[in-house]
Design a protein around this ligand. Structure first.
Ligand SMILES: NC(=O)c1ccc[n+]([C@@H]2O[C@H](COP(=O)([O-])OP(=O)(O)OC[C@H]3O[C@@H](n4cnc5c(N)ncnc54)[C@H](O)[C@@H]3O)[C@@H](O)[C@H]2O)c1
Ligand SMILES: O=C(O)C(=O)C[C@@H](O)[C@H](O)[C@H](O)COP(=O)(O)O
Ligand SMILES: [Zn+2]
Length: 376
């Protein structure tokens, strides 16, 4: 088991292999305090446009600005409201106008300083502003460091569903400062942890076994364990994105494990903060394992094992525990908007722990039963 939370970590670099759009993910403590030096290799001019949210601005904007000033880089800043509701049409158009009003030119660069919400909306803005600008991800949540900052999926939500308006637009660099995790709430840290577990469930049983042991340490702030979890997750995501950047093959959809269910729960909650994305994914992965058992694609023991791990790290495993009711037909209605739908047929990521695969058009009775079971 890793040492004390104070232990410092070396800098890790993971490369996302995308030909002439390849980029580095750098992972270390204190990178926000060296932001100018980290950004320098990808800047075309000594100016950046930082997009952040209210909570991140309070905790980390000061040190980011000090580091840029130290490096002689000027910064314009747009601060958006914190929370999932920010990934909306209204905030998106406001962001575009604010950036245009501040004079952002095509050769300027946007810096997304925040969690997945800021990363997704800023990346989408970068993809359309002046027909495409560069952007850099500076992820400040566990979820953003292990998942959303990597791979170039950007976008906003619609009342019809999650991330339904967006673009693939890769960042020029990802700068993950592990010290940012220290100011995250315990709830947000746990939500991000769900996406870490996802990599184990997809195709990495040894990683899941390690998490069964190290999960509590990661959530308790043990830096060595956090560093290993972030670097391992980024390496897994970089590999899959490198193989299937735009989810046109049979690889990237695996990263959607638990999301068909989870996104339906989030959409039904109206992005009001009742259910965080990672919390929805944790419950959705339980539903996927339950459906896999019903369809003969996974042993019951795997579902029991996953639920035991969620209990060990204090995460809710069932939709019934959220504190609000759901209508199964409405959830299935949301699933019909999922981006994996093909000719009207639903697609799910199913299978045993470490053996996920894409299953098109499974028996809907099993899916419905998994939803009903989780809601009972
Ligand atoms: N693009 C992708 O590949 C991808 C992958 C996974 C998730 N996502 C998206 O990411 C979003 C969820 O991201 P998230 O969980 O990071 O949510 P988030 O961006 O809303 O951040 C969570 C909360 O923590 C606060 N916060 C962020 N960093 C902080 C810090 N260091 N200290 C204190 N508070 C901090 C934020 O203000 C917010 O209130 C969802 O919209 C999801 O759809 C995208
Ligand atoms: O990067 C991917 O690919 C993922 O599926 C990662 C997911 O964790 C993430 O939530 C993603 O935004 C979901 O993608 P979507 O295409 O279903 O919106
Ligand atoms: Zn996700």
């Amino acid at each position: 088991m890793p040492e004390s939370p104070e232990a410092s970590t070396a800098c890790e670099t993971v490369r996302v292999p995308l030909g002439d759009r390849a980029y580095d993910i750098v992972i270390a403590e204190g990178l926000i305090d060296r932001l100018g030096a980290e950004l320098a290799p990808v800047l075309k001019r000594q100016k950046v446009f930082i997009v952040t949210d209210t909570k991140v601005a309070e905790a980390h904007l000061g040190r980011a600005l000090a580091a840029l000033d130290h490096a002689g880089i000027t910064a314009e800043v747009v601060v958006l409201p914190s929370g999932e509701a920010t990934k909306s049409y209204g905030t998106f158009t406001e962001l575009l106008d604010r950036l245009l009003g501040l004079g952002a030119e095509r050769k300027d660069i946007l810096v997304a300083l925040g969690g997945g919400v800021i990363g997704d909306i800023t990346g989408f803005a970068a993809s359309v502003l002046r027909r495409g600008m560069d952007f850099v991800q500076v992820p400040t949540t566990l979820l953003a460091q292990v998942d959303s900052s990597v791979g170039g999926k950007t976008g906003i939500n619609s009342p019809f569903g999650k991330n339904l308006i967006g673009a693939f637009h890769q960042p020029r660099k990802v700068i993950a400062d592990l010290t940012a995790l220290d100011t995250l709430s315990a709830r947000e840290l746990r939500a991000g942890y769900a996406e870490v577990v996802k990599y184990g469930l997809i195709d990495d049983l040894p990683f899941f076994e390690w998490l069964e042991d190290a999960g509590p340490a990661i959530l308790a702030g043990n830096r060595t364990a956090q560093a290993r979890a972030v670097a391992h997750s980024c390496a897994a995501k970089a590999r899959i994105v490198g193989e299937d950047e735009r989810e046109t093959g049979d690889r990237r959809a695996l990263l959607n494990l638990g999301h068909t269910f989870g996104h339906a729960l989030e959409a039904e909650c109206g992005y009001d903060g009742t259910l965080l994305h990672g919390e929805a994914v944790a419950i959705g992965m339980g539903m996927a394992l339950d459906a896999s058992v019903r369809l003969g694609l996974a042993p019951e023991a795997d579902k029991v094992r996953y639920l035991a791990h969620l209990a060990k790290v204090g995460m809710k495993a069932r939709a019934a525990d959220i504190g609000r009711s759901f209508d199964v037909d409405k959830l299935i209605g949301h699933m019909a908007q999922d981006k994996k739908v093909d000719a009207g047929k639903l697609t799910f990521i199913l299978g045993p722990i470490g053996g996920a695969r894409i299953v098109q058009n499974p028996d809907l009775a099993a899916i419905r039963a998994s939803l009903e079971d989780s809601l009972a």
